[in-house]
Ligand binder design. Structure first.
Ligand code: RM4
Ligand code: MN
Length: 388
């Protein structure tokens, strides 16, 4: 696309969903370094998410994670988000932090544990009804550590059974997003380890079941844009959990480790017309800011996604196609690299000016004094976190 007005319009309409858990304390299994001023409840998380939206203008949605974001009154949480200019997005289920789940959740050999896990998933759909959320995001830590520990095929049947029960419960506008991950916490088998497994389950369920690509959930060297292209072709790409990784599921800021990969992924999305909000791909962040300040890190992440999207939108599709059809390998590659090597920061600054925003959202946030204000105000209570 060479029409800069169209590029800017597409960027204005491209929304990025923020993870509530990115605002709370997080860490590794070695240490959680608490930060002053972190939210103490989901309402304060929504306040912080609203800051990210205020400075970027394209992040008006915050995903929640249950039970981390459990509240007595979800209508009040939605109203609070709305009053701050944002809304509640995907509801993420958590069936990996209870003692009962040592050997799995919905794939556990004991039907009592499976029932408990299923009840939680159904509770998440109840919450979606109250928050008006469209998406239920499912990631399972289920798997085994040792050969012979459990029956691999039987576990697939248990997974399918639970997913079908949840699928039945979905309302007309609701979707189930199934996320895969190669390994961790299980080290021998994982019950939904890859996009093929996720796709098989989703295909068996129906249209409202879609696959989520978490960019940190593959083996090193896996070509994620091929997966994205195939899922888009199958009409089964429900969304992304964006983050970057150097080694495993690092959950670092998206675009930090490999901005070129992010561009290649977004190029597939743009080509398929899937950037359009009506297409139904949820562009979510799934990150943890263990050592850096959380709100500016989220702002930076949104900006990193925007840069990749802008570059993908700048690809001269006609020239690329012509070179591809002519078998001109070098020219085709050059067309793509031309877009990638464009400095889109001036374009994004211009876009922000048009949207009434500061050209540099991170600086504007830092100058606002909000960071100092929350450190001063949020004393007492217990800081939110996922308790690694
Ligand atoms: C998982 C997965 C989920 C996220 C949790 C915290 O690895 O990526 O999407 O909710 O971590
Ligand atoms: Mn994820």
């Amino acid at each position: 696309m060479r029409d800069l007005t169209a590029v800017k319009d597409a960027l204005k309409n491209h929304q990025i969903e923020l993870p509530s858990w990115a605002f709370g304390n997080s860490g590794t299994r070695f240490k959680v370094f608490g930060q002053p001023g972190v939210p103490r409840d989901p309402f304060e998380k929504a306040d912080d998410a609203a800051q990210v939206h205020q400075y970027t203008g394209v992040a008006p949605v915050m995903a929640v994670h249950i039970p981390w974001d459990k509240v007595d009154d979800y209508a009040a949480l939605s109203a609070h988000a709305k009053a701050n200019g944002i809304r509640i997005g995907a509801v993420n289920a958590n069936v990996f932090q209870d003692d009962d789940y040592k050997l799995g959740s919905v794939c556990h050999p004991d039907p009592r544990v499976r029932e408990k896990a299923l009840a939680h998933l159904l509770e998440c759909v109840d919450i979606m009804d109250m928050t008006g959320s469209r998406d239920l995001k499912l990631w399972f830590a289920d798997g085994t550590n040792y050969p012979g520990q459990d029956d691999i095929a039987a576990r697939q049947d248990r997974m399918a059974e639970a997913l079908a029960a949840v699928y039945q419960r979905l309302g007309g506008h609701q979707r189930m997003l199934l996320e895969y991950k190669l390994f961790e916490p299980s080290f021998y088998t994982t019950d939904v380890p890859d996009w093929g497994t996720a796709l098989l389950h989703c295909q068996a369920l129906g249209e409202a079941a879609q696959v989520v690509v978490d960019t940190g959930h593959h083996a090193p060297g896996v070509n994620i844009e091929v997966i994205v292209a195939l899922l888009l072709k199958a009409g089964k790409l429900g969304g992304f959990d964006f983050n970057s990784r150097f080694y495993a599921d690092d959950d670092l800021m998206v675009g930090a480790a490999d901005p070129f990969q992010l561009f290649r992924i977004m190029h597939e999305v743009v080509k398929a017309g899937a950037l359009d909000p009506g297409y139904g791909v949820a562009f979510m962040l799934d990150q943890c800011h263990n050592i850096e300040a959380k709100i500016p890190a989220q702002i930076r992440s949104v900006m990193n996604v925007q840069e990749a999207v802008a570059k993908a939108l700048l690809v001269d599709a006609a020239a690329l196609r012509a070179a591809q059809l002519a078998g001109d390998v070098l020219e085709a590659n050059a067309v793509l690299m031309d877009a990638y090597n464009t400095d889109v920061r001036p374009l994004l600054a211009e876009l922000r000016a048009e949207m009434g925003l500061a050209p540099d959202p991170v600086r504007a946030y830092l100058a606002s004094g909000y960071g100092e204000k929350i450190v001063a105000q949020r004393v007492g209570g217990s800081a939110a976190g996922w308790g690694a």
